[in-house]
Design a protein around this ligand. Structure first.
Ligand code: SF4
Length: 247
């Protein structure tokens, strides 16, 4: 598998402290992406699942003590779903659980289904709430995300949903109402446990310059933390999901 980077103790990638594995490659082109350096599927180091397992084991005392596990993020981790399944079996033998942090905009092939079935938790983005804005700001196909969420619900796989809030694009309450509309059936049925908002930030801007990639949001400011908290309170009230924002 091609690994872009590893964060041995990540705090925001699921429950407890996580050993976060950022896998290389992403077919999406989210306007707000702060990791364009992960887009290239060759942008990383190659590991066999066995090699990566040995590396993860070195961090186990730390994440286990903090009630955590492994998180596969990216890039789009499910591009390497078959490898996640192989590594997941090694982790399961040692009673180490994993979370998948995905765009959800993936083809539901057998490897993807097996990878998410093996996860203790899936964190799925709801980047935009309809096909038009989804296409405009990510380049992806919104119907795939809905099919993915339906699959997680049908399989009773624990799920959190997340949305990045970008000033001038989706930072108004009436815009969030449309996200709430999409998520409500999943939340009401218990399929989605939490809905967390993340604030757009500009810390990844330098990567666009370095890679020579046009940054569509170069004039967009970071979302103030207070505004993020207000919006998180707004969605929590409406969905009755007491979720913390990701500050
Ligand atoms: S899915 Fe994630 S990694 Fe891929 S472009 Fe979007 S924000 Fe960036």
């Amino acid at each position: 598998m091609i690994v872009h980077s590893i964060e041995s103790l990540a705090a925001l990638e699921g429950e407890g402290l996580r050993c976060a594995i950022f896998l290389a490659g992403c077919p999406m082109r989210c306007a707000y992406c702060h990791n364009p350096d992960t887009w290239d599927p060759r942008a990383g180091r190659e590991y066999t699942p066995e090699d990566l397992f040995r590396k993860i084991k070195r961090y186990e005392p730390y994440f286990r003590a903090a009630g955590g596990g492994v998180t596969f993020s990216g890039g789009e981790p499910l591009l390497q779903a078959g490898e996640i399944v192989r590594l997941g079996r090694l982790l399961a033998d040692e009673n180490i659980s994993y979370t998948i942090d995905t765009s959800g905009c993936v083809e539901l092939d057998e490897d993807v289904k097996a990878a998410v079935r093996g996860a203790e938790l899936v964190i799925c983005d709801l980047k935009f709430p309809d096909a038009g804005t989804f296409k405009e700001y990510t380049g992806g196909d919104f119907s795939r995300v809905l099919k993915f969420l339906d699959f997680l619900a049908a399989e009773k796989i624990r799920t959190w949903a997340r949305t990045v809030i970008v000033p001038g694009i989706n930072d108004k309450e009436e815009e969030l109402d449309r996200y709430i509309e999409v998520l409500r059936p999943y939340v009401d049925s218990g399929a989605v446990e939490k809905y967390q908002l993340l604030g757009f930030h500009t810390m990844g801007f330098f990567k666009y310059e370095k890679l020579g990639i046009k940054n569509r949001l170069e004039n967009t400011p970071a979302l103030p933390a207070e505004r993020l908290s207000d919006l998180q309170g707004y969605v929590n009230d409406r969905l009755k999901t007491p979720s913390p924002a990701i500050l």
